[in-house]
Design a protein around this ligand. Structure first.
Ligand code: ADP
Ligand code: MG
Ligand code: MG
Length: 211
């Protein structure tokens, strides 16, 4: 489908479904190296977003949808993930301003702004075993795909593939940010829950574009 407000709303609706489907998986990951609430946090936040989606006016632009997601996640998701994802969606919304249908360049801009928002808020670097380890490979892969002439769907698929690989690659790492950093070497062997939820979000973006 075209990447307009209809896509943005469908992406967010699908993400809410994915977060509730993967709630237990994310809880289990966070139980290993955190406090076990990441699946709960994401599911609660996206259910709140879902409840507000139908009230988004018909003439809304993708940025309006993402802005509503940002403010809702910030106000309903506690812990680290709420402000991080909230900032990501807010910066993404601002980056695409009042565009109505996103092209490949706008997608790369949106993904880059989201990642930069997470870094601005959380100050994590690549390899710190956080959600940044899913987002940065996704941004790089999307940029490379766009530069190689890929279409919107291929750009989103490249981002999702890279985010999944990035989430997997957090397993051998020691954490340097967030709760998992208190564990030292005991975090080795466990996937970062926020990197995993980020990969799920980006896969939902690609799957929605394929509808
Ligand atoms: P909390 O740790 O407060 O319980 P969540 O469990 O919802 O919050 O989210 C944990 C996730 O947040 C981690 O798996 C990690 O991906 C992400 N995270 C934590 N701190 C940071 C940070 N400083 N920068 C980027 N991501 C972070
Ligand atoms: Mg937690
Ligand atoms: Mg918590």
């Amino acid at each position: 489908m075209k990447l307009g407000a209809t896509w943005a709303k469908a992406w967010i609706r699908n993400s809410a479904g994915v977060m509730s489907e993967h709630r237990i998986e994310l809880i289990d990951l966070d139980r290993e190296i955190g406090d076990g609430d990441h699946g709960e946090n994401m599911d609660r936040g996206f259910q709140a977003v879902l409840a507000k989606l139908d009230a988004v006016p018909a003439e809304a632009r993708p940025g309006d949808v993402l802005k509503m997601v940002a403010t809702t996640l910030i106000s309903t998701v506690g812990g680290a993930a709420g402000p991080l994802y909230g900032t990501a969606f807010l910066k993404a919304a601002i980056s695409i301003a009042d565009e109505t249908d996103l092209d490949g360049a706008a997608l790369v801009t949106l993904l880059t702004a989201a990642r930069d928002g997470i870094v601005l808020r959380g100050k994590a670097e690549s390899g710190d075993k956080t959600m940044v380890d899913a987002w940065t490979p996704a941004v790089d892969a999307a940029g490379a795909a766009h530069a190689a002439g890929a279409d919107d769907l291929a750009i989103l698929r490249a981002a999702a593939d890279a985010a999944e690989a990035g989430a997997l690659a957090t397993e051998p790492l020691v954490a340097r940010k967030g709760r998992a950093s208190y564990l030292g070497e005991r975090a080795i062997g466990h996937r970062d829950p926020g990197a995993q939820s980020s990969a799920l979000l980006l896969r939902a973006a690609a799957d929605t574009a394929a509808e």
